[in-house]
Design a protein. Structure first.
Length: 136
């Protein structure tokens, strides 16, 4: 079961991520949002910032629909997100490993091409370091 602290830790572990000051969480790469707290619209009331739900950038409408149909307990959408490559994720419905995959994919979708290799280079270094440590 994942939570907002997991989103923060995973997002900030990615290269060049900026956290925007918020009552929840809001992460950007190159001034483009890729993961943030869900500002739920409520009839006749101010929006409620939900840190138990993440808004994640996805590649396109096809990917959005695949997530919505494939994992309906975890993913949903709202009318304000119709036609946008964004999906809402109930954090309690995924484990941290799945969340890491989703946050990293969202980062990849928004990061400039020139920065993508920095993530891959960092992962290779981490992998090599862990292999070296495990052989000691």
């Amino acid at each position: 079961m994942a939570d907002a602290d997991d989103v923060r830790r995973l997002a900030l572990a990615l290269p060049y991520v900026e956290e925007i000051d918020s009552d929840g969480f809001d992460f950007r790469i190159a001034d483009k949002g890729f993961a943030w707290s869900y500002p739920e619209r409520r009839q006749g009331k101010t929006r409620l910032l939900r840190t138990d739900v993440a808004v994640l950038f996805v590649g396109d409408e096809a990917e959005k629909q695949a997530l919505l149909l494939g994992e309906p307990s975890a993913f949903f959408t709202a009318p304000a997100y119709d036609g946008l490559p964004l999906v809402l994720l109930r954090l309690a419905e995924v484990d941290v490993e799945r969340l890491e995959e989703l946050v990293t994919d969202a980062w990849r979708m928004r990061a400039p091409q020139a920065l993508l290799s920095d993530l891959d280079d960092a992962r290779v270094r981490d992998y090599r370091a862990s292999r070296k440590a495990s052989t000691r």
